[in-house]
Design a protein around this ligand. Sequence first.
Ligand code: ISL
Ligand code: CA
Length: 549
Amino acid sequence: MARTWWKEAVIYQIYPRSFMDSNGDGIGDLPGIISRLDYLAYLGVDVLWLSPIFRSPNADNGYDISDYTAIMEAFGTMADFERLVREAHRRNMKVLLDIVLNHSSDEHPWFQQSRSSKDNPYRDFYFWQPHPPNRWQSFFGGSAWQHDPTTDAYYLHLFSPKQPDLNWENPQLRRQIYRFMRFWLDKGVDGFRLDVIPLISKRTHWPEGYADDFLRTVREVYANGPRVHEYLQEMHREVFAPYDALALGEGIGLTPDTCLDYVGAHRRELHVLYHFDHLFINFGPGGRFDPVPWKLSEFKAIFRRWDEAIGEEGWINIVLDNHDFPRMLSRFGDDHTYHEASAKLLATLLLTLRGTPCIYQGSELGMTNARWHNLEELRDIEALNAWRAWQRAGRHERQAFLEAAAINGRDNARTPMQWTDAHAAGFTTGTPWIKVNDNYTRINARRALADADSIFHYYRHMLALRKAHPTLVYGSYRPLREEDEQLFAYERADADGRYLVLLNFGSTTYPVAELVPPTHRWLIGNYAMPTSAVEPLRPWEARVLEVGS
Ligand code: ISL
Ligand code: CA
C-alpha cells in the first residue's frame, strides 16, 4: 500500500458561517477562522476543509456560487484568505477548498447571460428544454425543471431553482472551471472537496427516475453519468496532477461496486471519496424528514462492504457527520445519559477505521443536536422546502415536522461553534445568524481545554495514537461479531502490528473475554484503564488494545 500524506492525515471540516465571527455581524468569517488556528493546531488536525467561501447569495449557504474567483463578502477579503492559507501552512496544516462544480448560483453572470436569449454564447453553459423532458425531482423538493419566462424555456436544477446545473458537455465550460481551480491552487490551496461530483455528467436522453425511490434515482439516473470519468480524468490532467493537488469527492450516488472507478489509484481521477450509505441509514421512504429506526448490525455491514470495495486499490474518507447531517453524537451515540462516554467512543470509531477521517467542527467538544422550538428557528433551505412540500401534500402538523427536523435536519450541524459560556457561546458579539445550542454553558471549548478528561483532550490523544501507530492507517480491517446489535468490534493489522478495537454501543455491560488474545496491551479508552483488558466493557466503553500476532 503506497504511503502518502493524505492517507495519514486527519481532516477537520469547518463550516465558516458557523465557526467564528470576528466582526460582530453574527456570521462566521475568515479572520474568525484565523483567530482559531492555534486551537486547531493544538487539537492536532492536519488538513482544514473549508465549506464554500466563494461569492454567493447564500440560497444554500455558499453551495450556490455567483463568482468562482471572489471571496463571499460576509466572509472577508482575498487578503484575509491569503493570510489564512499562510497562517495554516505556518502551522503545518493544509487547506482544502469545497468547490461546487455541478451547478452555479442563478446570480452567476453566466446564468444571467444564458437566460437572456436562446442564442446567447452562454446559453449552453446550462441545460435548457422547451418543456420538462421528464419528471425529475430536486434534492430540495419539487420539479428539477424550472420555467424561465424570458425565453419561455425550462432549465435543470437538481438542487434549488437558484442552483442551475452546469452543462459539462460544453468544453468551454470545462475549460473555464479548470481555470478557476488553478486560480486557487496558485494561491497555495492544497486541494479540493468536490461537491456532488458524481452528478456532473448528465444522461442527456433524459430518462425517467423512480417516482417511489429518490435515492435509487440518484444512484442510477442522476449520478455516474456516461462521461463522468472522462471529465474527471481531464480534470486530473488539467488541475490535480500539475499541482499535485488532493481531490476529495463527495460521493453522492456512489455504490461499492462503482467507487473504484473514481478512486482507483490507476484511474487518475480522484484520490479519496466519502459515501452516504451510513449517513442515509435512518432516511425512510419519505427521505430525511421521514426518519426510521436503524440497526447497529446494518451500520457495521455498511463499513465492511465499503472497506472490501475500496480494498488496496482505493481510499476512503471516514465521515460520521458533516454540515448536511445531524450531529453524530445525537444520532449514533447517547447524548443524554452517556454523553461524554459515547462522544469518546465515536471518536475512537472515527479515528481507528481504515481511511482518512474527517472531524466535523464541534465533534471534538461533544456538540449535539439542538432543541428546536418552532419552525422560525430553522434556516436550511432543504428543511424549509420540505415543510412547504408537507403543507402542499395536506400535512399541517407543525410539531411533527419539527420533530423530524430535530432528528435529521441539517440545521443541527450548523448551530454556532461553542467557544465559551459567554454571550452566544463566544461565537459572536452580535446576534448569530442561527440560534446557539442552549447547552453551550456546559459544552464549550474553554471548559474542555481546562479539563484533562474532556472529549477534546481525548480527541488529541486519539490523534496522537493514530500518528504513533501507522497500522491504524494502513492495516487491514477485519470486523468481528458482525450480527451483534451492541458490540462494534474489529481488528486492524499489518506487518507492523495488530490492534483490537472494542466499542460497546449500549448502556449495559458487555463480555469480551473470548475476543481478547492472550498477549495484549491496553492503549487507550474512554474509561480509566481497566484492571484487566478482558473484563466486560462498561456502558458505551471504547477499548483499544495492541494484541500479539
Ligand atoms: O444529503 C442530502 C440529501 O437529502 C442533501 O442534504 C445534500 O444536498 C446532498 O448530500 C449533497 O450535498 C452537497 O450538495 C448540496 C449542498 O446543499 C450540500 O450542503 C452539499 O454538501 C448542493 O450543493
Ligand atoms: Ca462576521
